[in-house]
Ligand binder design. Structure first.
Ligand code: AHR
Length: 493
């Protein structure tokens, strides 16, 4: 099969906000305890943060990490994770039927974030709590006033505010599974009032209102319209969440799911702009795709895990090579929608549906999906360019024409490199790849990195990295192997 990528240097989608390469740490399973934090571990630092995990995260160069949930946040008392650790309560954590020790809270997490070189995206509890607590936590984290919560932070040893810029107003409040689930009208009022006083407390913060938990929710669309109509003045972003599965074991259909992500983004942006027009506003509300990933491998094993344990091994999906291909295509979709998606979080970061796995007391390693995320984060910063590919396509249930080769293209910040990310969705045919580019001068391929495997179900383990990137020899032609993820780096003369 031939695949010709058409590009024009002047056809720009957007400057990419690096925060599209964000991730997520929830108090869920072994994400925190046994994941980023394990004081007894041989690589632990003076705060108990695992150095091996930190190293893998630093390589990913994640600019923002959402915290502390997720479903967890809707029953959370942020005060539990502050101050004297010997006095912190152990709680029944209802979202995941676990025991939360509160050994780690915002006091520790903001320190971890500093050490990891990342920013915190903080979520407030609008499930069991409301305006007063949301105001208090912003004051605790960000204020320099001589007032009760800022004083409490200082008394806890933090003279300087944490300076948390991005705040999520609750989590998945449209879902019946959420503690304190709300109708769109109930949520819209709660979010508006909480957001209003949070911005009064710190006018520099940015707020994310909850959109739908996934595009299949019966309320998708009307929920966004109601929430944005009520919250337009205080909202900077609306959230999108979506997880993709391959329960049907249908590779062609699974690899086409990035088109579903694309449709979800475009529909949500259209609703934002409808409300903008209805309100005759100059302000644009952008998108925060703050939970996305593949999630399904662990669902049956999770049903066997006993309730009320500390850090049970929940949601520990072991990712395949096939999953890495879809994650590559999902990243392409985020890049191609970077005019509207300004933040996105690969959910999650460690152990819980994550690119990084650990053994408590043992090794840490990169799952298959680590690699497309690493390369997009490393080479996908700068300007996203519009690109179209001439190649064969195939039909699945939801989409009539799924191109076999899925791409995105990014001009580096210094203008010297063009990065092309390409997934070959065909298992039968290699793609003979070429570029028809305008406005670049000479383009010289200097590096071709690929993730390839004969086995779609290949996985990485603590013992063996079966799926790892390889550097391909550069010749006169460029070939994308059947079922492959590719990074092509061109020098621009
Ligand atoms: O990321 C796991 C869970 O998925 C989150 O807690 C929730 O927001 C979503 O349903």
């Amino acid at each position: 099969m031939r695949a010709i990528l058409n590009l024009n240097k002047d056809q720009i989608i957007s400057e990419i906000d690096p925060r599209i390469y964000g991730s997520f740490i929830e108090h869920l399973g072994r994400a925190v305890y046994g994941g980023i934090y394990e004081p007894g571990h041989e690589t632990a630092d003076d705060c108990g943060f695992r150095g091996d995990v930190m190293g893998l995260i630093k390589d990913l160069n994640v600019p923002i990490v959402r915290y502390p949930g997720g479903n967890f946040v809707s029953g959370y008392n942020w005060e539990d994770g502050t101050g004297d650790r010997s006095k912190r309560p152990k709680r029944m954590e209802l979202a995941w039927a676990s025991i939360e020790t509160n050994e780690v809270g915002i006091d520790e997490f903001q320190e971890w974030a500093k050490r990891a070189g990342t920013e915190v995206m903080m979520a407030v509890n609008l499930g069991t709590r409301g305006t007063a607590e949301a105001q208090a936590v912003v004051e605790y984290c960000n204020s320099e006033t001589p007032t009760v919560y800022a004083d409490r932070r200082r008394a806890n040893g933090f003279e300087k505010p944490f300076g948390i810029r991005v705040w999520c107003l609750g989590n998945e409040m449209d879902g019946e599974w959420q503690i304190g689930h709300k109708t769109a009208e109930e949520y819209a009022r709660a979010a508006h009032e909480a957001g209003k006083v949070m911005k009064w407390t710190d006018p520099s913060i940015e707020l994310v209102v909850c959109g739908s938990s996934n595009p299949g929710m019966p309320t998708f669309g009307t929920w966004e319209h109601t929430v944005l109509t009520e919250c337009y003045d205080i909202a900077d972003y609306i959230s999108l969440h979506s997880y993709y599965n391959n329960y049907a074991d249908d590779t062609a259909d699974f690899l086409a799911r990035s088109m579903e992500m694309d449709r979800f983004i475009k529909q949500t942006a259209a609703i934002c702009d409808t409300v903008k027009a209805e309100r005759k506003s100059d302000k644009t509300v952008n998108l925060s795709f703050d939970e996305w990933n593949v999630w399904f491998h662990s669902s049956s094993q999770d049903k066997k895990i006993d309730r009320w344990q500390v850090a049970p091994p929940l949601l520990e999906d072991v990712y395949t090579f096939e999953d890495a291909l879809l994650v590559g295509a999902l990243l392409n979709t985020l890049i191609k929608n970077s005019d509207r998606v300004k933040m996105a979080c690969l959910a999650q970061l460690v152990n819980v549906i994550a690119p990084i796995m650990t053994e408590t007391g043992g090794k840490a390693w990169a799952q298959t999906i680590y690699y497309p995320f690493l390369f997009a984060s490393r080479y996908g910063r700068g300007t996203a360019l519009a690109c179209s590919v001439n190649c064969d396509s195939y039909k699945v249930h939801d989409f009539d024409a799924v191109p076999y080769v899925d791409t995105s293209a990014v001009l580096s910040e210094d203008g010297k490199t063009l990065a092309v990310f390409a997934v070959n969705r065909s298992g039968k045919e290699q793609a003979d790849f070429s570029i028809c580019a305008e406005g670049f001068g000479a383009l010289t391929l200097k590096k071709h990195i690929a993730l390839e495997s004969d086995d779609l179900k290949a996985v990485n383990t603590a013992e063996k990295e079966t799926v790892a990137p390889v550097e391909k020899a550069i010749g006169d032609t460029v070939t994308l192997a059947p079922y492959s993820y590719n990074v092509l780096l061109f020098d621009i003369a």
